[in-house]
Design a protein around this ligand. Sequence first.
Ligand code: AMP
Ligand code: MN
Ligand code: MN
Length: 347
Amino acid sequence: MTGSALAQSPPAGPSTADWDAAVAAVRALPADGRVLLICHVNPDGDALGSMLGCALGLRRIGVRQLQATFPGPPGVAEPFRGLPGLDLLVPAADTWTDPDLVLCFDAASVSRIGDLAGRLDSAGEVVVLDHHASNTRFGRINLVDPYAAATSVVVEGLLDRLDVPIDRDIAECLYVALTTDTGSFRFAMTTPAVHEMAARLLATGIRPEEISRRVFDTRPFGAVRLYGDVLGRAVLEPDAAGGNGLVWTQATLDDLARHGQPAYVLEALIDSVRCTEEADVSCVLKQVAGTEWAVSMRSKGAVDVSRVAVALGGGGHRLAAGFTGRGGAADVIAAIRAELDRVLAGS
Ligand code: AMP
Ligand code: MN
Ligand code: MN
């Protein structure tokens, strides 16, 4: 390995001292200690599944005062409405302002937890559980493993060290998280250890076919038609991204309104766009407000899209990243094209 490749390798996972500190933080809770669990805005399956699985695990070992939350509008998208532990969700504004312990899930930086960042200063202790290489280690204790396929891998590690028996409900949460971030065991992080973890979770009796159908394979007919419109306007730019090809499309608020659909139905759109054989990089621009776009980016390996996303104010992983774009769709895609060129020129 060359020096520069070494320099770019993400740091190793949590040290024994990190794990010990996190376990001690839980064990040191007073009898009625209040634990606030926070995951990132617009939570995906890893954020919610890791947070709720951990909350249920703590409940199993006698922690009674638990609140789980995330910034932004309360309520979870339809695919997650069957998750165990949803009774622990509390709207962000109603959470304890000075909990004894904060646990933060799947957020690479403090900006991902919005207004809840204030809770980090007033909490008795703060543990960050995450797997983004770009994690800024904003906790007082940081369990960050860039080699983990999902944050739920880190959660399982903590629950194991706390001697929490993994029951069916905890397993379902961790399984949703694991399948979300590995693309149902298709992505590069799908190691033997990932399948071994899946085997442990499945051994509790959870039903993978029911979970997958609910979380990944169900959407309203209106969303099927909406996908038709949005995929029909996809653009292929073979010369972009240094000749590796870029494919992109946009979904507007008008598209959602026309088909009577909520925004969450667009989360899986990138999976249909990224199939494009002729492009390494894929993007979906999802309109959030007039000139605000939630941008999803994927690469098949030629480009580190997290560098593009970070340069544009967001973050993510090497092959899956995102950011908030501002301006018209043409402005946002122009900024992406330019950043792709810059990143490729530097690598
Ligand atoms: P998504 O395309 O929404 O599935 O997001 C892919 C990955 O990009 C996520 O796992 C996050 O790590 C990251 N990500 C997405 N949006 C943002 C954002 N606005 N800021 C920081 N990271 C983001
Ligand atoms: Mn996430
Ligand atoms: Mn994740």
